[in-house]
Every structure is written in structure tokens, then in C-alpha cells.
Design a protein around this ligand. Structure first.
Ligand SMILES: [Zn+2]
Length: 422
């Protein structure tokens, strides 16, 4: 017998105290199931983002999958390229490109433009034309998210004066700042460093931005622009099953530890091929606040039949916090309680259930923060260490503090293993 594990990553769920003493969105949300699980299981804080790593899902989600972001840095661009099925040779470079909206002066104002479907199609055509095959590959990850892969040949072809990159080509030498860190700047100024390090890509981004600046519409009052960031090479992660041999041998003797990822957003989905996880398409899972949580719960339950660990990633809370909409974040967390957590707990009382998040996203400033985040662990094998309810303050008050994402996964797998061996 083995104890199956369900690990829910509610992206950006955690928040910071507000200046006016209002409860955080998690504390304000009506979450009777999460509160009951925290009060009858183990709850505490986990320092998912290590010192030295940027607070973001590209560090936080791999950390919760057991990959130390400092030892195994993974970039957003390559993960999204893998998720889109773009071919990615070891020396190709993949970029995440946000569609950003400038203000009336042409300074970057919205790092993640909200786009109408017709505008998305126009942008997709411009991006395809600006980055043609065979030197480039492109994908549209929905909304403002685009991915561009620059083949090794293309990065040199347009800049014959630059010498070929030295061996080995370890993590990309230069990654521009995230789009939230360049708000208020002029795109051309902010892209100056890109021109020095990646001249071929810079030339094509600049050409695309000339066309994007001319787009007009209710969703593009002052034109639009592409902001490339999160670049890197194909990640070299050891397979999930290889990383956890002890858990594997006690749960499925003679078989590797199988894991699955339920996710809609390309970053989380791209970790599946990189780490050897199953990642089914889930109809109705949108990566937004309107996502079909029941469909995710059902897909997770189906995969538990032949997977020892099922990760469920829900992007919506992060999106609400980036929009600085605390009320929407609370409402979504309340819906997650009813439509995801409660059905999972009811359907599989024999499973270990962990609920946590990858990083803080603060509704007060719409940004990620590296602070420790709440987690709860409930089910067979979870030692009692209860919290009064499931929120940031109550989890901090338990005094249980897990130093990293990989240690939280260890704790979960050890609990599952002990139970299996008992
Ligand atoms: Zn975010």
C-alpha cells in the first residue's frame, strides 16, 4: 500500500499585511475546508524562495517540485517553449515576451496588457513575421504571453561580428529584468542592454515594436510593445523519479516514483517535460480566475490511480494580486475551497493533501515578494501541528517553519512513506 500525495500550488496565494490593518485576502476569504484541514493537520510557513533567487514562479514552482532554484536555475522562457512543444536544442535560447501597454508618453505602464481576442490575433501575426523560421520559433501562450525561441544559428547570423558563444553555454549570460521592474521606462531605453548582449534578438524586437506601436483599440490606447525576459537554455533537471528513490521504493516497489502536473499556464506545464512528469490537457482550465476548478479536481483524481504524486497548479490568485484586486483574490480563494479542496479531500481521504503557494503576491503593490508562505499538510502520516485557521498569521503562529521548497516535498514524501510502511 502507498499513500498518494496531492500537492496544491495556489500561485501567489500568500499576501502581506496591509498598511491599514485589513486582513489579507486569504484571511478575509471564507475557506471552511482549508481552515478545518489546518486545524486538524500540520500547518506552518515555508521559505519557498531562497535568498539569492528572484521571487517568481520560475523559482517557486520548481522549488516545490524539489528542485533547489539556486542549484537548478530554470528560466521561464525555455519552460514555456517546452510547454508549447517548440523544438529546443541545448544551445537555443528561449524568451518569454510580454505584451506591455505604454502610457500616453510612451513609457511602459501595464506589464501585462489585457487584450481583446482580435488584438491578440494581430499581435500573433506581427510576432510570427518578426521571428520567422528556421532561425526562430514562436508560440502564443494566451493573452499577453508570447514565447520566442532563437536558434543558435540565428543568434550569430545577424551579428557576424560577434564571436560564437563559448563552451559550455551555461545559464543565459544576460536576462532582462521582468516587465514589472521596467514600468515607467521607455521601451527603447530599457532595451539598451539587450542590444549589447543579444543584438540579433534586439533588432527583431525593435522591428516588431514598431508595428505594435501602431495598434489602436480600446485595449491599446497608446499602442503596445513586446518586452523580452526570462531567457535561458533548455533546463537540465534530473527526472523527478530519480530524485526520490527512497520514496519510490517504498511506495511502488521496483517502479519509479511517478508524478503528474495539473496546470494550464505554460510555465507550470513546461516543468512536466523538463522533470519527467505527466501533464494532461485539462479542458476548461484557463490559467485565469475563471478556470474550471472542478475539471482540475477531476483530472487530478483520475491521475491518482497510477501516479504517486499529483501537483495541481492554480494561477488565478497571482493574477488577481497583480491586478491589485484583493476582493477578487479572496473570492477566488473561497471558490478554490469549495470547488477544488473540498472535493479532493472528500474523494480521497486516504491521500496526503498539501496546500501552499510558490511566492507572495501582494495586492498592495501588485508584485511578487520572497517572504515565507503558509502551507498545510493533512491526511494519513501528517503529524498534528494545527493552526487556528488557514491564513498567513495563523500559520506563522504555529511556529512550524520549513526552510525550503525541497524540504517541504521531503516532509510530504516522508510522511507518505512512513504511513506506507506502518
Ligand atoms: Zn505572478
Amino acid at each position: 500500500m502507498h499513500t498518494p500525495c496531492i500537492i496544491c500550488i495556489l500561485d501567489g496565494m500568500a499576501d502581506l499585511p496591509t498598511r491599514d490593518g485589513q486582513p489579507t485576502p486569504l484571511a478575509a476569504a471564507r475557506t471552511p475546508t482549508l481552515d478545518r484541514l489546518a486545524a486538524t493537520g500540520a500547518a506552518g510557513l515555508c521559505q519557498v524562495i531562497p535568498t539569492g533567487a528572484e521571487a517568481g514562479s520560475d523559482a517557486g514552482i520548481p522549488a516545490l517540485l524539489g528542485y533547489d532554484p539556486l542549484r537548478h536555475p530554470v528560466a521561464r522562457g525555455p519552460l514555456e517553449a517546452l510547454s508549447a512543444g517548440l523544438p529546443l536544442a541545448p544551445r537555443d535560447t528561449a524568451w518569454r515576451c510580454n505584451v506591455v501597454a505604454p502610457d500616453t508618453h510612451g513609457r511602459m505602464a501595464d506589464p501585462a496588457a489585457t487584450l481583446l481576442p482580435a488584438t491578440e490575433q494581430t499581435i500573433a501575426r506581427i510576432v510570427c513575421a518578426a521571428f520567422p523560421a528556421p532561425g526562430y520559433g514562436t508560440a502564443h501562450g494566451g493573452g499577453f504571453r508570447f514565447t520566442v525561441v532563437e536558434r543558435e544559428t540565428a543568434s550569430h547570423a545577424a551579428s557576424p561580428s560577434s564571436p560564437p558563444a563559448p563552451e559550455p553555454l551555461a545559464p543565459a549570460a544576460f536576462t532582462p529584468a521582468g516587465p514589472q521592474d521596467v514600468t515607467g521606462q521607455y521601451p527603447a531605453d530599457a532595451l539598451r542592454d539587450l542590444a549589447r548582449h543579444h543584438p540579433a534578438l534586439h533588432a527583431r524586437i525593435t522591428a516588431a515594436n514598431t508595428h505594435l506601436a501602431d495598434i489602436t483599440g480600446p485595449d491599446a490606447l497608446h499602442g503596445l510593445a513586446l518586452w523580452p525576459w526570462g531567457c535561458g537554455h533548455r533546463p537540465a533537471l534530473p527526472p523527478f523519479s530519480v530524485c526520490h528513490p527512497a520514496a519510490a521504493s517504498s511506495t511502488y516497489p521496483g517502479r519509479p516514483l511517478t508524478a503528474a502536473m495539473m496546470a494550464a499556464v505554460p510555465l507550470a506545464r513546461g516543468l512536466a517535460p523538463a522533470a519527467g512528469l505527466t501533464a494532461p490537457e485539462i479542458p476548461g482550465a484557463t490559467g485565469g480566475a475563471d478556470t474550471d476548478l472542478a475539471a482540475k479536481a477531476a483530472a487530478a483524481l483520475a491521475l491518482l490511480a497510477d501516479h504517486a504524486v499529483v501537483f495541481i497548479h492554480v494561477e488565478g490568485p497571482d493574477m488577481c494580486a497583480h491586478a491589485r484586486d484583493a476582493r477578487a483574490k479572496s473570492a477566488l480563494l473561497a471558490r478554490i475551497d469549495v470547488e477544488l479542496i473540498a472535493p479532493l479531500r472528500t474523494a480521497r481521504p486516504d491521500a496526503l493533501l498539501c496546500v501552499t503557494c510558490d511566492h507572495v503576491t501582494h495586492c498592495g503593490d501588485g508584485r511578487h515578494h520572497p517572504d515565507a508562505v503558509p502551507f498545510l499538510l493533512h491526511g494519513p502520516g501528517a503529524l498534528p501541528h494545527p493552526a487556528a485557521r488557514f491564513d498567513e498569521a495563523a500559520c506563522a503562529a504555529t511556529g512550524l517553519r520549513i526552510p525550503s521548497g525541497p524540504s517541504l516535498l521531503d516532509l510530504i514524501l516522508r510522511a507518505a512513506t512512513n504511513q506506507a510502511g506502518a
